[in-house]
Design a protein around this ligand. Structure first.
Ligand SMILES: Nc1nc2c(ncn2[C@@H]2O[C@H](COP(=O)(O)OP(=O)(O)OP(=O)(O)O)[C@@H](O)[C@H]2O)c(=O)[nH]1
Ligand SMILES: [Mg+2]
Length: 315
């Protein structure tokens, strides 16, 4: 079976594992209705099921999802419903500390994964970006360190990549057109150096960049920040105590990913992805099913393709 790697990227607490969990939940809800099947392996289903229970009972950062302690891959097999899966998606999840720490082994692990991943999901803690004029943004989201990683690893990439900027915990910022536009503006301003790198001459044609604001919980709104020993603790509240877990748009990153893969296949000019030709070629039915599923990627309400439309265009 062919395998593709996708990396969850970002420092500690930003919400990488929660996003993966919510993605899994929404796959189940939405993909189940389509002609394709995305099947987690047993370990993945067990672990994400456990995380899902934690995510459902979130109140603030001191409750909720456990910190990730070591590198983990979550495996999803993709195929036509009722037949043997033909593509394996490995989502790699890391303790955020690896990305900003100095430990040589941990850094090498991150580097290896960034190098081999066809897509990188950069999780962004949105309250840190937006509240108190972004006072905690650098502390929490480490945009400079993130940029340095890509400077180092993307120097001589040969094959196309999809970068997904995924602002998380953004229920409070998607309330109306104005607040949504503000969020997108802030992302572009605060990640300007990273976006400049991606749009540099050497990388522009190889990298697609999209913003996909996801609501990992859907019913928990930012309320205040307490600072304890120099570290911020973000507090959230529910509009009413029994507000239900209702994640929104978490399937969108996957839609973009499948769209990107399908386009690579249609273009058929990238040596490293030759196997995709066989995969989709042999299985026309699957290609059509993926096309169906991936065609309604959102491009409004905070969703935006910043560059690389031609790497995503399957019309
Ligand atoms: N309010 C709110 N809190 C969230 C949401 N998603 C995640 N959280 C909380 O944010 C905290 C960090 O989330 P994680 O998913 O563990 O973050 P991480 O990036 O995997 O962190 P590390 O594993 O330590 O690198 C957890 O306590 C979650 O409960 C959300 O949508 N809304
Ligand atoms: Mg984690």
């Amino acid at each position: 079976m062919h395998e593709l790697n996708i990396m969850m990227f970002g420092p500690r607490y930003v919400g990488k594992t929660s996003l993966l969990t919510a993605m899994y939940y929404e796959y189940e809800q939405k993909i189940a209705k389509t002609r394709i099947q995305l099947k987690p392996d047993l370990d993945t289903a067990y672990d994400l099921g456990k995380k899902l229970a934690q995510l459902k009972s979130i109140n603030d950062e001191e409750s909720g999802v456990e910190s990730t302690e070591s590198i983990r891959s979550f495996i999803f097999d993709l195929g036509q419903k009722g037949t043997k899966p033909s593509l394996r998606l490995h989502f790699w999840d890391y303790p955020g500390g690896y990305v900003i720490g100095k430990d040589e082994d941990e850094r090498n692990a991150v580097k290896k994964c960034l190098t081999k991943s066809v897509s990188v999901v950069i999780a962004i803690d949105t309250p840190a970006l937006m509240e108190t004029k972004g006072k905690w943004h650098h502390h929490r989201n480490r945009p400079l360190q993130i940029t340095n990683w890509f400077k180092e690893v993307y120097q001589d990439i040969k094959s196309p990549r999809l970068i997904i900027l995924a602002p998380i915990k953004c229920e409070s910022y998607l309330q109306n057109n104005k607040s949504t536009a503000d969020l997108v503006r802030r992302i572009k301003a605060e990640y300007a150096v990273l976006l400049d790198l991606f749009s540099s001459e050497a990388l522009l044609k190889k990298i697609a960049v999209v913003i996909t604001p996801v609501q990992t919980v859907g019913t928990v709104f930012f309320s205040s920040i307490d600072v304890i020993e120099g570290n911020p603790i973000f507090r959230f509240k529910k509009p009413h105590p029994d507000a239900k877990y209702c994640p929104k748009d978490n399937e969108q990153p996957l839609k973009y990913l499948l769209r990107f893969l399908l386009k690579l296949h249609i273009q058929q000019q990238w040596g490293a992805f030759n196997f995709m030709r066989n995969w989709f070629g042999l299985d026309n039915y699957l290609k059509e099913a993926v096309r169906d599923f991936a065609k309604d990627c959102k491009t409004t309400d905070g969703f935006e393709v910043i560059q690389g439309k031609e790497l995503l265009n399957i019309q």
